[in-house]
Design a protein around this ligand. Structure first.
Ligand code: 5GP
Ligand code: MN
Length: 336
């Protein structure tokens, strides 16, 4: 284990550092990783962000993005970086299974592991932990780590601020979720003061769709949406043929589940999509409904109360059916 004093001592001289995050990184995963990266390089550290898989174009513009190593594309280089690192920062995940095959490499590495995360029930693989499930984003915790634990507010420069703003914006659903507290807004104000151009970041993330993505969204809403009024639940299910037909890229499906949740009466929304080797579920809920409980109990996944995910190796039809079959168990909560 490391305490804060020992960690500060380590960070006082240049170190070989790997920063990693969960597979299929989202805005918080990449924003946190590159935010921390842009902080560390100012102190002369040899830091590299190693992502387990690729991520969407609408996240590929952040400062430092060009240096990111993607494990699935450069596995040997990633393995060497992990094996030689003195410190590995594990951001926005807390179980080694979330980084696929990289989990074994990180687990075996002699490096000190620092977990910064806001998910429930962390596994015990780390040496230092900055963890708070009430944080709206891991990027909020990175800010807190830099400013309140390491006392380096002055190193929150424009690049750091831009990345952390992106993480907070995306994980709080544009500052809309219940955990977007006044503290979060104060942090966001600091990030804008430090140089994050808020309107430009919104443009880059949310107004950068391709025509095919928009047509795919239209298809999902017109042809793939099923509303179950008895359970205040809506499901959008999409098969592989449609993904091919609409030329759906990594990230093109992100956020579609929120359209299903935007209906007034809907408490639970599911986006169920047939990927190459498995069926992936994305659940979103309103208020107290525990979407993560369903993902954990039935679909080998987890997440937050209002945003969770999981997967299954059954067919798309079977997964949709299984999802519908479990709704009666939650009827009381869904009808509240
Ligand atoms: P998404 O629906 O965007 O894929 O995931 C929403 C949230 O659910 C993520 O931020 C992550 O916290 C969680 N999540 C998604 N997939 C999984 C999974 O397979 N396992 C676990 N433990 N959490 C997941
Ligand atoms: Mn997050």
């Amino acid at each position: 284990m490391l305490d804060l004093a020992a960690l500060k001592e380590l960070l006082a001289s240049p170190q070989k550092i790997v920063i990693t995050t969960h597979h299929k990184p989202d805005g918080d995963a990449m924003g946190s990783s590159l935010g921390l990266y842009n902080y560390l390089i100012q102190q002369g550290h040899h830091a590299t962000v190693v992502a387990p898989t690729d991520y969407p174009d609408f996240l590929s513009w952040m400062p430092g993005n060009d240096g990111v190593i993607i494990y699935t594309e450069q596995p040997e280089k990633a393995a060497t970086l992990i094996a030689n690192a003195a410190l590995i920062f594990c951001l926005d995940f807390n179980a080694l299974g979330r980084i696929n095959e990289m989990g074994a490499l990180v687990g075996e590495s002699k490096a000190y592991k620092i977990m910064i995360d806001h998910h429930l029930e962390p596994e015990d693989f780390d040496d230092y932990r900055h963890w708070n499930i009430n944080a709206c984003a891991t990027a909020q915790l990175i800010y807190d780590f830099i400013v309140n634990e390491l006392h380096h507010q002055e190193l929150v420069n424009k690049d750091v601020a831009t990345c952390l703003y992106t993480g907070i914006m995306t994980d709080s659903a544009s500052f809309r979720l219940p955990n977007t507290t006044s503290t979060v807004h104060r942090i966001v104000a600091d990030l804008i003061d430090a140089g994050a151009v808020n309107w430009r970041i919104h443009e880059l993330v949310y107004n950068s769709a391709s025509e095919s993505r928009l047509r795919f969204l239209g298809h999902c809403l017109a042809n793939c949406l099923e509303v179950l009024p008895e359970y205040n639940t809506a499901i959008i299910s999409v098969n592989k043929e449609d993904l091919e037909k609409y030329d759906v890229d990594t990230g093109d499906t992100e956020g579609i589940v929120n359209y299903a949740l935007s209906m007034a009466s809907i408490k639970l929304a599911a986006f169920i999509v047939e990927r190459k080797d498995k069926v992936k579920l994305s659940l979103r809920s309103k208020g107290e409904f525990p979407a993560n409980e369903i993902c954990k109990k039935y679909f080998g996944g987890g997440g937050h109360r209002n945003a969770a995910g999981g997967f299954s190796t059954d067919s798309l039809e079977q997964v949709v059916q299984q999802f519908k079959t479990l709704l009666p168990e939650y009827k009381k909560l869904l009808k509240q």
